[in-house]
Write a protein that binds this ligand. Structure first.
Ligand code: CTP
Ligand code: MG
Length: 227
């Protein structure tokens, strides 16, 4: 396929503190990874690279087969690294030859709807080198120094970045090759390599499951949807 989606799922989930790698923790009856892949496979046919925690590659493959039995031949499982960036790099090394567009997605954003993937793919197919889904910031923001408000921040200039983030394959591969630092996300790494990063509308449901409260929120949303 022309498109690949790298799903990074190799984190330990320290802040969630569930006693298992976060991607294998349940939201109701299905794991975070299973739910994430269900939405990934709803997108147009793509190679799906699951970056799994070391020692859990077999479980990751089982979850992928279970999430989309008829797409199992499109799934590659690789072992993650010590940082998210190292895990993405491991995923990049597993891309098939014909892939031209690469999306990088956090398994922890398990409830991201398929149409976000579609918006990202459409933007890259239309010529963007890099594109991220964003949401407006709703809170009133302050710059704080030493516990004292040091100034206001103009909310209109800010946005919250989500995943999947999409890239031209050559742009992402080159940016990873020359990266000499740890970046907060793939868009920052690609921007550091000199590329413009475009935006599309994100989605509330693409929030990242980080804390126990986030997991409860996800479980409520899934229960409300009858799953
Ligand atoms: N990730 C990864 N490899 C790592 C670290 C993170 O593949 N070495 C992935 C996680 O699995 C997750 C995404 O990157 O899907 C975002 O990371 P985060 O939410 O920070 O997950 P964890 O690192 O697992 O959580 P924590 O930081 O609380 O330990
Ligand atoms: Mg982390």
């Amino acid at each position: 396929p022309r498109i690949a989606i790298i799903v990074v799922a190799a984190g330990s989930g320290t802040r969630l503190g569930a006693g298992a790698p976060k991607a294998l923790v349940g939201i109701g009856a299905r794991s975070i990874l299973h739910r994430a892949l269900g939405n990934v496979f709803a997108a147009p046919s793509a190679q799906v690279v699951v970056v799994a925690p070391a020692g859990h590659e077999g479980e990751a493959l089982t979850e992928a087969r279970d999430a989309a039995p008829d797409r199992a031949d499109l799934v590659t499982v690789v072992t993650g690294g010590a940082s998210r960036q190292a895990s993405v790099a491991a995923g990049l090394a597993a891309l098939w030859g014909d892939v031209e567009i690469v999306l990088v997605h956090d398994a922890a954003r398990a409830l991201t709807p398929a149409d976000v993937f579609e918006r990202i793919v459409a933007a890259v197919a239309a010529g963007s080198a890099a594109v991220v889904p964003v949401l407006p910031v709703v809170d009133t923001l302050k710059r704080v120094s030493g516990g004292v408000v040091a100034g206001a921040v103009d909310r209109d200039e800010l946005a919250a970045a989500q995943t999947p983030q999409g890239f031209r394959r050559d742009v992402l591969e080159t940016a990873y090759r020359v990266a000499d630092d740890e970046y907060t996300d793939d868009a920052a790494l690609v921007a550091a390599a000199g590329h413009r990063v475009d935006t599309v509308r994100g989605d509330e449901r693409a929030f990242k499951i980080t804390t126990p409260a986030d997991l409860e929120r996800a479980a409520r949303l899934v229960a409300d949807g009858g799953e």
